[in-house]
Design a protein around this ligand. Structure first.
Ligand SMILES: Nc1ncnc2c1ncn2[C@@H]1O[C@H](COP(=O)(O)OP(=O)(O)OP(=O)(O)O)[C@@H](O)[C@H]1O
Ligand SMILES: [Mg+2]
Length: 247
């Protein structure tokens, strides 16, 4: 099992959109996938057509009193399940802090490997204790970055934090999202990526209204607009990732 977290300290950069689209592609290629919606806003659950019909308490989960597997809900796509967000996740920080250590989330995720080959974590934009647990639990941290100075700055803060805390087995893979080739700055950053983006994914996702329409369709882009630049970009993002995972 591989755990991929979609994370950035900055909000609204495309974490949820990328997580949902990548999970959908993985499932289409017969890799059973679970998206764990760790953001109490519940956007990933919403995009996957699941409304938190089953609720759970972060505290009960962290104490191990509720098996994680029971929280999985099927989506309308074969091989793609979701652990919906629950409003009690706003307490997850507190509950994880109470549990102590930094591997509680990692241990909670482990049993998902019995049935799934990929776990995709859709993370809230924060550097809180939940984020630290996510860094310890994930094999890969996929970081969407908008080609702007502010977005890069937020990513720099994440890098600095990670360097300081030394999550040795975590591989950090930034990629550009919301690229608008009519903007000079975006083109410049694509042509000559800043050093900070080194080692990241080569695929970039264009700015596209089709991504925005996911909320209307409650589906990944490939489902309702398959032959569009955004759908192709998400497919390439998956291929690039699958290559890294040797899938
Ligand atoms: N490539 C794109 N082109 C156009 N719009 C996009 C693109 N990627 C994301 N968006 C839009 O930007 C908004 C934020 O995207 P998304 O919810 O995926 O970001 P997020 O990083 O998960 O946000 P949050 O920090 O609030 O969880 C959404 O309205 C989404 O439709
Ligand atoms: Mg999100």
């Amino acid at each position: 099992m591989h755990t991929i977290a979609f994370y950035n300290l900055k909000g609204g950069v495309g974490k949820t959109s990328a997580a949902v689209n990548m999970a959908w592609h993985a499932a289409r290629w017969k890799h059973r996938s679970v998206v764990w919606d760790l953001d109490p806003q519940g956007a990933a659950s919403f995009y996957l057509g699941v409304d938190g019909e089953r609720s759970y308490k972060a505290g009960t989960l962290v104490k191990g009193k509720q098996p994680i597997g029971r929280l999985k809900v099927p989506t309308r796509w074969e091989g793609l399940e979701v652990i919906p967000a629950d409003i009690s996740l706003r307490n997850l920080d507190l509950k994880l802090a109470e549990a102590g250590g930094r591997s509680t989330l990692k241990h909670l995720i482990e049993p998902l490997g019995e049935q799934s080959s990929l776990v995709l974590l859709d993370c809230p934009p924060t550097l809180s204790p939940v984020a630290e647990q996510i860094f310890a639990a994930a094999d890969y941290l996929l970081v969407p970055v908008i080609p702007t100075h502010l977005s890069l700055r937020a990513f720099q803060q994440v890098r600095d934090w990670l360097d300081q805390k030394q999550y040795r087995s975590l591989k950090v893979l930034p990629f550009f999202n919301m690229v608008d080739r009519r903007r000079l700055l975006h083109v410049e950053m694509l042509v000559k990526p800043p050093a900070l983006m080194k080692g990241g994914l080569k695929t970039w996702i264009p700015y596209s209204t089709h991504v925005e329409q996911m909320g209307e369709h409650r589906a990944p882009v490939g489902e309702f607009a398959p032959n569009t630049p955004a759908a192709r970009a998400y497919r390439n993002l998956w291929f690039e990732m699958a290559d890294k995972l040797k899938l």
